[in-house]
Design a protein around this ligand. Structure first.
Ligand code: NOJ
Ligand code: CA
Length: 558
């Protein structure tokens, strides 16, 4: 494997709207991030991914971009951004931006021109199609509900394509001019000095230009979820990604990470091998367990065993190919501690053990803001407290399915994306030190316990444990092993343990976590020493006894 500068790095994802508000409007912003750079540095991460801060009408919280080369005023200005970049660099922190290029906003000048003038070149930057037999051109259901086709106003039978909201028209990657414009924009940002990009929804750029649709799925609307089409076309996306890499990332030696669902296992090398399209792709294997269920009321809860089996499988596949990026949550997910762990471990103990898995699996780990505090899901008491358009759609779908409002609310309280988007908890004050006014989204109910201020001074806090984890990842004595060491499952005595090892030459790091209700005893190498632990355990004479809710990281040389 060719060594690259990003190997062994740890990333921190910032959701800017919810990180820190510097000017008292209830919305996080760039100057807020600047204020907290020392905090981020002290967490021990190397790079920051910032979710979109470009000009946007915020129909999908900035994932609907109206101008790729300007900052939205709610976040600040380009001067603020330049200052952030400079100050981050001074702290040796890299910044990667979000690249949302499957679609733009219906407010983007390209789309406005395309609508205004059917003869304009921009008309071909999008997909405009006539209906079929009085219907939309196909029966696919958008990610946010309803058809992927929206009627063009004032036209009888003309539609444009949007895989996400109708305000997010899909860009036509088969148009060379458009690709050229996108690559220019990417290079413009890279020339500015950012370290790379997280590439949004990228598997969706490939289309079947006949728009044949698919047999209807389990929904009652006669449609089929659009991700099924994306999965079928997955093997065809290569040439676009290859070209993008050649013309942008590769030239700058930039880091690129794909939000790439449905990659065929046999294509993994093309994606993340030495000459891969991306530096890495997120490991979404746990999320993919629910992929065939388009509605949130159909989702099945993911157990510790599901988490273990699916992420172990992904790890084994990637072992000698490249690096996946392990995550336990992001801005599109409920909090990992609430989603993956049994109720009794949805606390600091569980958070530390799950965090250990996240950081010590093979790959390039991403920590999502607030994860290092052990943030759990926020309690939402009414549908009106949710902001996400997807939550609103899913709520309606639940009611249509015959669920009561209380049942629908309970489902969103388990699964909504807004759980990850509630304000970062800096202190115990009314607005959690995030803002001095009511924030745009409600504040977590446990701010007093979870906030940074409370955890800073507690040596046993989740936050201080995460700092130890990042320090271990970077410890010169173990860095090589924790970066390149192969992943191997260890024997797991229960459905509630996650035990694995990393192996490089004669060196081994073994990770034992116990989310069960009783202790376990593991036979281990009698030269093993404890590098890190939390909870209660004891290592003596080749036996590790690990109590419930505990984690231990061992090291030895054979
Ligand atoms: C994935 C992003 O992470 C999500 O937040 C967004 O809604 C969709 N892509 C559309 O851009
Ligand atoms: Ca603000």
């Amino acid at each position: 494997m060719q060594k690259k500068w990003w190997h062994g790095k740890v990333f921190y994802q910032i959701y800017p709207k919810s990180f820190k508000d510097s000017n008292g409007d209830g919305i996080g912003d760039i100057r807020g991030i600047i204020e907290k750079l020392d905090y981020i540095k002290a967490l021990g991460v190397d790079l920051i991914w910032i979710s979109p801060i470009y000009v946007s009408p915020f129909v999908d919280q900035g994932y609907d971009i109206a101008d790729y080369q300007n900052i939205d005023p709610i976040f600040g200005s380009m001067q603020d951004f330049d200052e952030l970049l400079e100050k981050a660099k001074a702290l040796n922190l890299g910044i990667i931006m979000d690249l949302v290029i499957n679609h733009c906003s219906s407010e983007h000048k390209w789309f406005k021109k395309a609508l205004a003038d059917p003869k304009s070149p921009e008309r071909n930057y999008f997909y405009f199609r006539k209906g079929k037999e009085g219907h939309e051109p196909d029966n696919l259901r958008s990610y946010f509900g309803g058809s992927v086709w929206e009627k063009v106003r004032g036209e009888d039978d003309l539609y444009y394509l949007h895989y996400f909201a109708k305000e997010q028209p899909d860009l036509n990657w088969y148009n060379e001019d458009l690709r050229h414009k996108l690559f220019e924009m990417i290079n413009w940002w890279l020339d500015k000095g950012i370290a790379g990009f997280r590439v949004d929804a990228i598997m969706n750029i490939v289309k079947d230009l006949n728009f044949p649709g698919l047999p209807k799925d389990s929904g009652s609307d006669g449609r089929c979820a659009v991700n099924q089409m994306t999965a079928r076309l997955a093997s065809k996306v290569g040439p676009f990604l290859q070209e993008m890499n050649e013309k942008t990332f590769k030239k700058h030696d930039a880091f690129s990470i794909g939000e790439a669902f449905s990659v065929n296992p046999q294509d993994l090398e093309k994606f993340i091998g030495d000459e891969g399209f991306f530096s890495s792709i997120f490991d979404f294997s746990t999320r993919e367990l629910n992929e065939s269920f388009p509605f949130c009321y159909q989702y099945r809860p993911i157990s510790v065993k599901d988490f273990r089996e699916s992420s172990f499988k992904a790890q084994l596949r990637a072992n000698d190919i490249g690096f996946l990026a392990p995550i336990i949550e992001n801005h599109d997910e409920p909090r990992g501690v609430s989603y993956f762990l049994p109720a009794m471990w949805q606390n600091s103990q569980g958070a530390k053990a799950l965090g250990t898995v996240n950081l010590l699996l093979r790959g390039i780990p991403f920590i999502y803001q607030g994860q290092e505090l052990g943030m759990t899901n926020t309690q939402f008491n009414s549908i009106y407290e949710f902001e996400d358009l997807n939550a609103q759609d899913q709520y309606k779908a639940c009611l249509k399915q015959g669920l009561t409002p209380t049942q629908a609310l309970a489902i969103l309280n388990r699964e909504s994306r807004d759980h990850a988007r509630t304000p970062m908890l800096w202190d115990e004050s009314t607005f959690a030190g995030f803002s001095n006014t009511t924030p745009w989204l409600k504040v977590h109910q446990d701010k007093e316990i979870l906030c940074v201020k409370a955890q800073e001074s507690d040596p046993h806090s989740t936050l201080n444990y995460y700092r130890k984890l990042t320090a271990l990842k970077h410890d010169p004595a173990y860095q090589e092993l924790l970066t390149y060491g192969l992943f191997k499952p260890l024997e797991n005595p229960s459905d509630f343990t996650i035990c694995f090892e990393r192996v490089l030459d004669n060196k081994k790091i073994q990770v034992f976590t116990n989310f069960d209700t009783h202790s376990f005893e593991f036979t281990v190498n009698n030269k093993a020493q404890v590098l890190l632990s939390s909870g209660k355990g004891c290592l003596a004479e080749g036996k590790l006894k690990l109590n419930e809710g505990s984690v231990a990281v061992l090291y030895f040389e054979d």
